[in-house]
Design a protein around this ligand. Structure first.
Ligand SMILES: Cc1cc2nc3c(=O)[nH]c(=O)nc-3n(C[C@H](O)[C@H](O)[C@H](O)COP(=O)(O)OP(=O)(O)OC[C@H]3O[C@@H](n4cnc5c(N)ncnc54)[C@H](O)[C@@H]3O)c2cc1C
Length: 434
């Protein structure tokens, strides 16, 4: 039987960052991934276009956990910051500035007159913690109770739609909303892309793990776990059992449930495994020649669709002269499997490409569509909550992923939960040494 200090199960962003962090701190780490590394953040090359199948952007990178990892692990990230001057809202009859900074707020017609001041008032209240929300009140209810004007309400919900990738921002618990925006309102780098795609970040984590004698096994599905009293003692793959002192499972709750059936935590995991994820529809296009337009991001408030010109930021993702546009629209759970609704969303996106990137059909080399992509494993609403990083039943078992408690949304939740779980393990050892 092989033996490690820590076994990390799952090679998505959470698993990779946890394994890099722990191996960098001197732990003997094994990372087991059932498929290929990257999980939902994989970048795939099709006909010379590098499509990010999952994550595209990091929100508030200057205060993110990824920024901290970049410094601590000395990984190189080729940040490509979003240009707010080239970001537009489609408000029906015209395009207007996105209020992503003070200039944008001053220029935008998405919110007008005195409502701009009321919006700024809400921002200030959030920043100074005069408003923290309440886990028992949704943001819709909070906006009603506070008698916030329709214009300000719409602005706040539009922001939440695009940051939480949801068609139903009003259902977000108000405490989650305000905690998130307290950080985002202070950022100088609201949105950033990664040069070379997310594959570069994955390669950097792999480099750190391997340089620190960590072991990575792909095509290594964990299909059984062994537990004794209050500890997990081993995991099993097709190659046999592997023992470790500590375990971090970075696999979604539905996969966890299969492994921890008939253990003391089956009851706890069951709750999270039945929660609804956040789904989106993605419709990316690779174009032979670039279509010149004065914007790189357009968000249609009515249809809740955004298009980003990824190749403007990351010129390496296209063949010479080409363009890669990424369109995303948010889905409700009831949309899943409803062909008519999905076709209508696809048509909305094509209409938006026609409107803002006229001529794209003649330049099309490769379309890439995901009809049901999971952006976040647990969707924020009043009936669902994030999974804890550990349960008291097993003292050496930790969890990480975008379904876990942590900072931010989406991949930031994966990084922050992985960081915290790794810290728990490192602190345990330093306490033993002391
Ligand atoms: C279309 C789309 C757009 C997105 N856009 C953004 C964005 O702009 N910004 C952002 O921050 N985030 C974005 N995200 C979200 C981001 O991609 C995810 O939050 C992040 O990749 C999740 O990483 P994870 O490690 O938590 O989970 P996962 O990526 O799900 O990783 C889990 C891993 O565990 C493996 N696994 C499962 N079971 C086992 C087992 N039994 N044994 C071994 N391995 C196992 C899986 O194969 C997988 O690799 C987007 C996602 C999608 C789909």
């Amino acid at each position: 039987m092989k033996r490690f200090d820590v076994v990390v199960v799952g090679g998505g962003l959470a698993g990779l960052s946890a394994a890099a962090h722990l191996s960098h701190s001197g732990k003997k780490v094994l990372l087991l991934e059932k498929a290929n590394l990257g999980g939902r953040a994989v970048t795939i090359n099709i006909k010379g276009f590098a499509f990010n199948f999952g994550a595209h952007a990091i929100y508030g990178r200057d205060t993110s956990v990824l920024k901290q990892l970049e410094k601590e692990l000395d990984i190189h990230i080729d940040w490509k910051d979003f240009n707010p001057l080239k970001a537009k809202y489609d408000i029906g009859e015209e395009l207007t500035a996105v209020p992503a900074n003070v200039v944008g707020l001053f220029r935008t017609k998405a919110i007008q007159g005195m409502h701009k001041l009321s919006f700024v008032y809400q921002i200030v209240k959030t920043l100074i913690k005069a408003e923290t929300g309440n886990p028992h009140i949704s943001i819709r209810k909070w906006l009603e109770q506070e008698k916030v004007s329709n214009e300000v309400k719409e602005m706040m919900l539009t922001l939440a739609s695009s940051n939480f990738f949801t068609r139903e921002p009003e259902k977000i618990p108000s405490d989650i909303f305000f905690t998130y925006y307290r950080r985002i309102f202070t950022t100088n780098k609201p949105v950033a892309y990664i040069g070379g795609g997310w594959q570069n970040l994955i390669s950097e984590f792999v480099r750190v793990i391997e340089q620190n004698d960590g072991v990575i096994q792909t095509k290594a599905k964990v299909d059984e776990v062994k537990v004794e009293e209050d500890r997990v003692t081993a995991v099993c793959t097709k190659d046999g059992w592997i023992e470790a002192e500590e375990f971090i499972f970075c696999i979604p709750p539905s996969d966890l449930l299969k492994l921890f059936e008939n253990t003391k935590i089956e009851y706890a995991i069951k709750q999270y495994a039945q929660y609804d994820p956040t789904y989106v529809l993605v419709y990316d296009i690779g174009l032979k020649n670039k279509i010149e337009v004065p914007y790189t991001y357009v968000y249609n408030r009515k249809d809740k669709v955004f298009i980003t010109d990824i190749s403007y930021y990351d010129t390496t993702c296209v063949p010479e002269g080409g363009q890669l546009l990424q369109a995303t629209t948010y889905l409700k759970n009831e949309d899943i499997g409803n062909k008519d609704v999905i076709d209508r969303y696809k048509k909305n996106i094509e209409d938006m490409y026609d409107k803002y990137f006229s001529g794209w059909r003649d330049e099309l080399v490769v379309p890439r569509i995901s009809q049901k992509a999971v952006v976040q494993e647990i969707k924020w609403n009043m009936h669902q909550q994030a999974m804890p990083l550990f349960f008291p039943e097993y003292r050496n078992l930790f969890f990480a992923g975008d379904w876990c408690e942590g900072q931010g949304q989406l991949s930031e939740l994966s990084f922050s939960s992985a960081y915290q779980s790794s810290q728990y393990i490192m602190q345990k050892q330093s306490m033993v040494l002391a």
